[in-house]
Design a protein around this ligand. Structure first.
Ligand SMILES: CCCCC/C=C\CCCC/C=C/C(=O)SCCNC(=O)CCNC(=O)[C@H](O)C(C)(C)COP(=O)(O)OP(=O)(O)OC[C@H]1O[C@@H](n2cnc3c(N)ncnc32)[C@H](O)[C@@H]1OP(=O)(O)O
Length: 294
């Protein structure tokens, strides 16, 4: 898929003006440092509004592998440099926003691949969560685990009806990483409900997610959701963009600092968990259960 970036001279470059957060000295391994053209995303920018739409397009489930996550991350950093104002993240599928990490790539994978996958997830989360862009997740399908992570890392969530959203890690005997926990708490109206959701692997319907405050609005069609997404971005005046971006950054700074301090530990936990024979056995059965639905 071709990437189309239109230069937007009307808007000031937020990335130049917002002071970057300190990034730890260590460079973490990533399979994302590629300059290949995008394969799994399409990016369009409306030069009239300054709004970019990044469409996830890795059929059948938008499962997140290292290459795909690297593409999403690079698109966000490119948009920051391209004088863009807001970003809408959505899916080309009519059924699945994202099914989370690519579990097929977690199964019987070697350590280097597991490390590449997890570092790509960490890097993508960090970039999306900390971007000065105004971010909206247009959730036009199921958003499970890493898919829900994309949604809750954005600033605003608009969901289509009759889909599922949530973080199901503990169901499979895994702890939710602290950065994902903090991200979830950051958007839920109550810390108590957030704790309850994440400890019980609660998966919401679109309608119950709206009631709980996990999503902000429902829309009956993708077209309506696009209009509502643009309206959210437009609700911030051009004059206040910089102050807005700095304020967003201040709200998120502590979560980002904690993440940087625990980044290696977080990776170590993932690697040791995924290499356990019991985990791999479970993963094999889980993947079979997905296939057995057919
Ligand atoms: C379980 C191990 C977790 C390890 C995590 C470690 C630490 C926690 C850290 C937290 C960070 C994030 C972690 C994750 O994201 S883990 C991923 C968890 N995701 C899921 O459990 C979702 C599983 N999928 C589903 O529940 C459903 O597929 C659905 C998304 C609700 C969609 O349902 P439906 O519309 O009925 O579609 P299908 O089930 O038929 O699926 C269509 C095809 O997509 C393939 N698929 C689905 N999910 C994944 C996946 N996560 N990875 C790879 N492939 C996936 C599915 O096999 C079908 O493929 P096929 O058509 O070729 O058979």
């Amino acid at each position: 898929m071709a990437t189309r970036i239109i230069h937007l001279p009307k808007y000031s470059r937020l990335s130049c003006l917002v002071k970057p957060l300190t990034i730890s000295a260590r460079t973490f391994a990533t399979a994302t440092a590629s300059t290949n053209p995008p394969q799994f995303t399409t990016l369009s920018v409306d030069d009239r509004t300054g709004i970019a739409t990044l469409t996830l397009n890795r059929p059948p489930a938008n499962a997140l592998n290292a290459l795909f996550m690297g593409e999403i991350q690079r698109s966000i950093t490119d948009l920051e440099k391209e004088n863009c104002r807001g970003l809408i993240l959505t899916s080309s599928s009519q059924r699945i926003f994202s099914a989370g990490l690519d579990l097929k790539e977690c199964y019987k994978a070697d350590v280097a691949s597991l490390e590449g996958l997890w570092c790509a997830l960490q890097n993508l989360w960090r970039t999306l969560f900390s971007t000065p862009l105004i971010t909206v997740a247009l959730i036009n399908g199921h958003a499970i685990a890493g898919g829900c992570m994309l949604a809750v890392s954005s600033e605003y969530r608009i969901m289509l009806p009759n889909f599922k959203i949530g973080v199901n890690e503990t169901m499979v005997g895994l702890a939710v990483p602290s950065w994902l926990m903090d991200t979830y708490i950051n958007i839920m109206p109550s810390r108590r409900i957030a704790e309850w959701d994440l400890t019980s692997s609660r998966i919401y319907s679109s309608e119950s997610a709206l009631k709980a405050g996990l999503v902000d609005e429902l829309a009956s069609s993708k077209e309506e959701a696009l209009q509502k997404s643009a309206a959210f971005i437009d609700s911030f005046s051009k004059r206040t963009l910089m102050a807005r971006a700095i304020t967003k950054q201040q709200f998120r700074a502590e979560i980002l600092r904690n993440f940087e301090q625990n980044r290696q530990h977080d990776l170590d936990i993932y690697l040791s968990t995924m290499q356990k024979p019991s985990m791999q056995e479970f993963l094999g059965e889980y993947l079979q259960s997905l296939d057995a639905k057919k």
